[in-house]
Unconditional design. Structure first.
Length: 278
């Protein structure tokens, strides 16, 4: 189970070897180098082997170096709300926003498990029908997925009304797929849908912030985005963008799986909508 870095440090202190303590000391003093380095480059900086770093990372409770880097970045990062000062010019705000969003995309990529991503794409490809669940900013992500998959002929369902959303599962079968988006992983509309799906043997895919949560136990597969927005925030910016980034990855992967058929459908869709522009 992944917990906060500081808590892990305190808990594992007595189990660290001399090499572990050397690695820990370097990370504590040079976090910016860690965030910009691969495990091999970091090993050269510290003067240890990559396997020593990998063992240290697992010893303090992280599954991988990538997960550790994301957690370290989140520990040091400010939310976009916290970065904006009262006297900032619009140019300064632009610069801060671009920097934050870019780094957030990089962190999202660090969290992507290619094997899991490929299995999710296969589920989407073979699903008889795809049901999507999300509200607020997460609902915007679901709408984007609905738009993309509809254009390539996938049978996908999304309703903005949460009652209609849940009622739509009445005819769902194990041949279908339920996808839920919730940054907090606590959205009742999403967790309820996943509980229903679980009771009917329907596979589920969640997109949530990094960390163990209720949706993980209800998900066949879980795709993670960085956790660097407060639950109470002025707007979902990086979380929405990161979720849309994952949707784009899934969509492009799906296109690649069956590109000839999908291209034919896209061409047909374009011809139909192009008539409106005449």
């Amino acid at each position: 189970m992944e917990t906060l870095f500081l808590r892990k440090e305190l808990t594992m202190k007595n189990f660290l070897t001399v090499t572990d303590k050397k690695i820990e000391a370097f990370i504590s003093e040079h976090s910016e180098i860690v965030l910009s380095s691969s495990i091999h480059i970091l090993a050269e900086h510290i003067g240890v082997s990559p396997s020593s770093i990998s063992k240290y990372i697992k010893k303090i409770g992280y599954r991988s170096y990538s997960r550790f880097k994301v957690n370290l970045a989140q520990k040091n990062a400010q939310t976009i709300d916290e970065q904006i000062e009262k006297d900032d010019s619009i140019q300064t705000i632009q610069s801060k926003l671009i920097s934050t969003v870019t780094r957030s995309y990089e962190m999202t990529l660090e969290l992507v498990d290619d094997i899991v991503l490929d299995k999710v794409i296969d589920l989407m490809k073979n699903a008889r029908k795809i049901y999507t669940f999300g509200v607020g900013a997460s609902g915007m992500v679901c709408s984007d997925l609905y738009f993309k998959l509809s254009r390539i002929g996938k049978n996908i369902l999304y309703h903005t009304d949460s009652h209609i959303q849940l009622a739509s599962l009445g005819s769902a079968t194990p041949e279908d797929l339920v996808i839920g988006v919730s940054y907090s992983a606590q959205t009742k509309e999403v967790t309820s849908a996943f509980e229903i799906a679980n009771s009917r043997g329907i596979p589920t895919v969640s997109i949530t912030a990094l960390g163990n949560n209720q949706l993980d136990s209800l998900s066949t597969y879980s795709l993670k985005i960085p956790r660097h927005e407060n639950i109470i925030r002025s707007a979902a910016i990086t979380s929405r963008n990161d979720s849309l980034f994952l949707i784009d990855l899934l969509y492009l992967g799906l296109l690649q799986k069956d590109d000839r058929r999908q291209n034919e459908i896209l061409e047909s869709s374009y011809q139909l909508t192009h008539q409106l522009r005449k």
